[in-house]
Design a protein around this ligand. Structure first.
Ligand code: ADP
Ligand code: ZN
Length: 731
């Protein structure tokens, strides 16, 4: 029944992780708390059961803009939904009430303040209510990042509707918030379902912010024509970055709490309706934005907590397709956040805030997989197959510029901390290492220390960064009122040469060797020109229907259309995200455009992709293959053998050989040395000179099966590279 509804209204043929148990809890009328990361598909958890149950589902949603979007999206799938809030006129409200009375509504969205009014409660009591869904349920908790007092009053639902299931949905991860939700809403034996917080389709990259616009422009350049959000930490930064982008001829719009409501609203609409690609904003922007096809989220400055970072970066890639999350940080923000936290009243809230600030600082200076750090922070582990390498962060992609002599640098810093009797903080310690003639240092006679000036050729800022990196990796620990530094056990091991830290090269010396954005399988087989054409059509339809573009079709659907290129309604039915209503409303027009395009460009139509591409969150998510190939490439670059890589990645040798083959071609390697013994390579080459490089079989035959196929393949790959260079005869 659920699966039918999923297919019929939404055109989806599988459940996302946890969706099925979450829906079952709703059907059974059991209270539930469902925690899923942004984009995990929470809405469907109550929307699909609402279509299977008799009566009216009541959905509590905190923001008016969100409500309208969700209701529009539902209507576009043929689901009778309405909303009721203060933005409606009297007559509109009456129309909605009447529709509810006549049982013509399956889902009703209301704001919490309206729902808890006595009138509303009494009215709903006279109706058949199938379920209550509380969206953004973390708003009930003071520990959440977005406490809303009106959410507290939702506790009256339980006593007024003893026989109706109440279901809470949130993306916020902490256990404390979860418990708070159960308590505040007075849930009974709630089914608590917590999904993985990992967002495998987000590619995290962290860099120190350099002066100028270079870093921003590089990211924008890779996402031309795509939607993205740039977060700044202050209004002033928003204004100046927005201005600077204008100067570069880049269209963006600003958004912050200091602007007039109507301006803000207009800019937000322009972004949602894709009249502008980039929005430059403070954290004020985001809640209530349901836009699913945000392809990059950039932080131009460090946010104030790891929770914030998770939330804000999480606005990318909600459709399950890849999105890049760039974090550019500088020391300035740390100082600023510290300053503002110091103004909080002493107590556990303030303490927690400082801890979160430390967590994001460590994240910035970290050299451990970003996905791992994030999920560990929320007390989870990465799924097994990405534990070695997630393949979707700068660390795992091998894009960090590491110091070759990190151990020695680490030891210099560690011994300085020790010489200073573990009594001083990072700033002072870095000054001593730099060899500063500061008054305090001279007074303390620390210019006499053997470690004074040990790193005098480095910028003090660099030394400070290294100290943060050592702290982040557990070699040093900060303690006491002034964040004095001391050596940990691991720190002592480092001094003895038994443990090696990973330190980043100074920003100014590091040549940016970033690879192109991870090209993920989800573009496999997609005809880009057709995609652009369909995007245009989507925009036209969106304007005509006055809904945001992604409500017409998501990016995922558009790509699937441009991949399968259906020219009949029947073929279009197989495209992900095309349900019956959309097929009826939009099918004819889309297939006409597709058919015309295919005819004109002589492109094959009605294609069935060989392997259906995995793009859904939680499964192979980012499309395992290319991502794995990238991780493998990193290991090959380190000179690892096929067996080692297979072991580390937990993949079959034959699979890894395939990756190696790609790696050799991509990197243009002409020497199979690390992977094939020299003597074997010579034998294969000699035979290949005679029989050519087209097929492996004749080579293997001539060698009488003495050389394994995999090795022949690698040698031949290298020879093909040489052939292209004119260094090997072409038959
Ligand atoms: P959340 O509320 O958890 O952030 P949404 O409910 O907005 O997430 O869903 C995110 C995206 O995933 C939407 O584009 C939605 O259509 C899509 N989606 C949800 N469930 C499925 C599914 N079972 N199969 C394919 N896509 C899905
Ligand atoms: Zn990683």
């Amino acid at each position: 029944m659920l699966a039918d509804a999923l297919q019929r209204y939404w055109g989806f043929d599988t459940f996302r992780p946890l969706q099925e148990p979450a829906m079952r809890a709703v059907l059974e009328g059991r209270d539930s708390v469902v925690v899923m990361p942004t984009g995990g598909g929470k809405s469907l958890c109550f929307q699909a059961p609402a279509m299977c149950l008799p009566g009216l589902a009541v959905v509590v949603s905190p923001l008016i803009s969100l409500m309208k979007d969700q209701v529009d999206a539902l209507k576009s799938c043929g689901i009778p939904a309405e909303f009721s809030n203060s933005s409606l006129s009297m007559s509109e409200r009456q129309r909605v009430a009447e529709a509810v009375r006549n049982e013509r509504v399956k889902l009703l969205y209301v704001s919490p303040e309206r729902l808890v009014q006595e009138r509303t409660i009494e009215y709903l009591k006279s109706q058949k209510v199938s379920l209550f869904a509380i969206d953004e349920a973390h708003c009930v908790s003071e520990w959440g990042h977005d406490f809303r007092p009106e959410y507290r009053e939702l506790s009256i639902l339980r006593s007024n509707f003893p026989h109706v299931g109440i279901h809470a949905y949130t993306a916020t991860a902490t256990d404390r918030v979860r418990k708070d939700i159960v308590k505040s809403l007075d849930l009974r034996e709630a089914e608590v379902l917590v999904g993985s917080f990992d967002r495998p389709n987000l590619v995290y990259k962290v860099e120190r912010r350099r002066s100028g616009l270079g870093q921003v422009l590089e990211v924008l350049g890779r996402h031309k024509g795509e939607s993205g959000i740039i977060y700044c930490t202050t209004r002033k930064d928003v204004e100046s970055l927005h201005g600077a982008l204008l100067g570069e001829g880049i269209k963006s719009l600003p958004y912050h709490a200091g602007m007039l409501d109507e301006d803000r609203h207009r800019n937000q609409e322009a972004f949602i309706e894709e009249r502008v690609d980039v929005i430059v904003a403070t954290v004020a922007f985001g809640m209530g934005i349901d836009k699913s096809n945000v392809r990059f989220v950039m932080h131009w400055g460090m946010p104030k907590s790891l929770e914030n970072y998770q939330q804000e970066s999480g606005r990318g890639g909600r459709d399950g397709l890849e999105a890049e999350c760039w974090l550019f940080h500088s020391g300035q923000e740390l100082m600023r956040w510290k300053g503002s936290l110091e103004e909080l009243p002493a107590g556990s809230v303030r303490e927690a805030a400082f801890q979160s600030l430390q967590a994001i600082t460590n994240f910035c200076h970290g050299t451990v997989c970003r996905h791992k750090v994030l999920v560990n922070y929320f007390d989870q582990e990465l799924p097994e197959d990405s534990a070695v390498s997630c393949g979707a962060c700068d660390v795992c992609l091998g894009q960090l510029d590491l110091m070759p002599d990190a151990l020695i640098v680490g030891q210099k810093i560690g011994s300085c901390v020790y010489r200073l009797n573990q009594q001083f903080g990072a700033d002072y310690t870095s000054q001593v290492l730099k060899g500063s003639k500061g008054e305090r240092i001279l007074q303390n006679q620390h210019d006499q220390l053997s470690t004074y000036g040990l790193l005098k050729d480095e910028a003090q800022r660099t030394i400070r960064d290294w100290i943060e990196q050592l702290a982040g990796q557990g070699f040093l620990q900060k303690f006491g009122e002034y964040n004095q530094l001391k050596l940990t056990d691991t720190g002592w091991q480092m001094l003895r040469g038994q443990a090696t830290p990973r330190l980043l090269k100074p920003a100014e010396k590091s040549k940016s060797k970033r690879e192109a954005a991870v090209s993920v399988d989800s573009w496999d087989g997609v005809d880009r020109d057709l995609f652009e054409l369909l995007r245009k059509l989507r925009r036209e339809k969106a304007v005509a229907m006055s809904v945001p573009a992604y409500i017409v079709f998501t990016d995922a659907t558009l790509r699937d259309l441009a991949r399968r290129r259906p020219t009949t309604l029947d073929a279009m039915r197989h495209v992900r995200g095309v349900g019956e209503k959309k097929l009826a409303d939009l099918g004819a027009e889309f297939i006409t455009v597709i058919a015309e395009y295919c005819r004109e460009k002589n492109v094959a139509a009605d294609v069935t992709p060989l392997s259906s591409v995995a793009t859904s969150i939680g499964t192979t998510a980012t499309g395992g293959k290319t991502i794995s190939a990238l991780s493998a490439a990193r290991l090959f670059r380190e000179g690892k053998t096929i067996e080692q890589v297979a072991l580390e990645m937990n993949r079959a040798v034959s699979t890894v050989t395939g990756y190696l083959s790609d790696f050799i071609q991509n990197e243009g390697l002409s020497d199979p040395a690390p992977w094939v013994p020299a003597e074997t390579a010579r034998r294969v080459e000699a035979v290949a000179r005679e029989v050519g490089l087209t097929l492996l079989r004749p080579i293997s035959d001539r060698l009488e099966g003495q050389v394994p196929y995999d090795q022949i393949r690698i040698v031949v790959d290298c020879l093909r590279v040489r052939q292209n260079l004119g260094d090997f005869p072409t038959p």
